[in-house]
Design a protein around this ligand. Structure first.
Ligand SMILES: [Fe+2]
Length: 168
């Protein structure tokens, strides 16, 4: 059993933060998927939504292993990132640049998650929480893959499409 340290408190606090964030993300992704015009982008966002359910389950497992209720903690950072995403949906509805904006918003979310999970996995290691560390690393790998997939989509077509129509 890991000794309780101030780092344990910090770890638990951050775990509550990312749980809140994941739950907000789970609600926001379907709106982004519906708004996207590219089928590939819709599919990518939808599959990340499904993945997010599993990521929340992993977090709940970690809470259970630490005898903690899976309670989130309000995270103004993700609220702000998601609000900006919603602004893009509102302001660029019908624009050829909408999908490029959605990808940018989704990547802002991914990068937030990547930094949080990276930190949490490192702290879990330091605290000797081997199972938690493995679960967090698994989610981190999924977030990194989602981010890379979004970059590929943007570079393959969507950014160009946004530019071409704007120039016409
Ligand atoms: Fe996630």
């Amino acid at each position: 059993m890991a000794e309780t340290t101030t780092l344990t408190d910090l770890f638990m606090d951050s775990l509550k933060d990312i749980l809140f964030a994941e739950r907000q993300i789970l609600k926001a992704l379907p709106k982004m998927a519906r708004a996207a015009t590219s089928t590939d982008l819709k599919t990518a966002i939808q599959s990340h939504r499904d993945q997010t359910e599993g990521q929340i389950e992993r977090l709940e497992q970690i809470f259970a292993s630490m005898d903690m209720a899976p309670r989130g903690k309000h995270c103004p950072a993700i609220v702000g990132i998601l609000e900006e995403g919603q602004e893009i949906l509102d302001e660029y509805a019908g624009s050829p640049a909408l999908d490029a904006g959605i990808i940018a918003s989704a990547q802002a979310v991914e990068h937030y998650e990547i930094v949080r999970y990276g930190t949490l996995a490192t702290w879990a290691d330091l605290l000797g929480l081997t199972d938690a560390s493995k679960l967090l690393a698994a989610t981190l790998a999924e977030e990194e893959k989602s981010d890379a997939d979004l970059s590929k989509l943007a570079k393959a077509r969507i950014n160009t499409k946004a530019m071409a129509k704007a120039a016409a």
